[in-house]
Design a protein around this ligand. Sequence first.
Ligand SMILES: [Zn+2]
Ligand SMILES: [Zn+2]
Ligand SMILES: [Zn+2]
Length: 283
Amino acid sequence: MREFTIKYGVRNDGKLVSVENSSKKEKYRCIQCNEILTVRAGEVYRKHFSHLSNSNCTAESIEHKTAKRLIVQVLDESSKNKIILNTRCPICKREKDISIDSSKIRYAHEEYTIGKFKCDVVGGYKGLDVLAIEILKTHAVDIGKATGLTKQIDWIELKAEDVLENPYMWKSQQQGWKTNEFQCDECEKRSMERSKHEIEVRRVCNRWDIPPKDYENYYHVHIDNCRRCGEQVPWFSYLGKEDRYRYDSPPPDPKPWTYAFRPSIEKKGKPYWHTHCPNCEFS
Ligand SMILES: [Zn+2]
Ligand SMILES: [Zn+2]
Ligand SMILES: [Zn+2]
């Protein structure tokens, strides 16, 4: 059978210990078959555990099991070590490291069911399941499970090899998260500014009796003080044209009542479609 190396062994107290941290005074067992492991260091492989005799264990099953147990172990001792989640901003796809607030996870279960989905590890706090961790060895989380899980719990998928390499550095393969904390600082700032702008637009348009359905699909809205009366009013431009403020033909309905076919007071010219101040009709 194919030879393979094992990175972690189970100590007598049940803890997984990496071969680098193993002690000669202790015995370590295989997580899969419970056989005693020996430490080997060869010229080809770095220091590793291996079975004494032939076993039926496969590298895949040992790595998958070890990764799951390591995650549980890391969450159980969460107060001591920081967990870093390496992910990407969902908007601009830039890489981002987030430190996981592991104080919010006090227990972790292996092979735990959320709804109709069996998850590799589920961490929780005060009886509430808060995070599911899926370990990728051969099969990635499929789209059905991904969407189903996202409705019920935050979840993340990690590669078994990555967990074995460093169980405190979580490299996200895919994830479902309800909060937007994965956004990078720039995207977060931008989306905050956007929602601030939307609130401002709604407030000012409300004041001048312009309902959202009249502008939200067709217009860019700019809030500014009228140069004549000084009131804070909305100025609209129709999306999708070069000269967005002035036309011969009307933009599609519904449109704000301040967007009208009328002469420009400012320029005393012929009439055209444009927006005007709802208070003093200045345009
Ligand atoms: Zn084994
Ligand atoms: Zn971003
Ligand atoms: Zn005005």
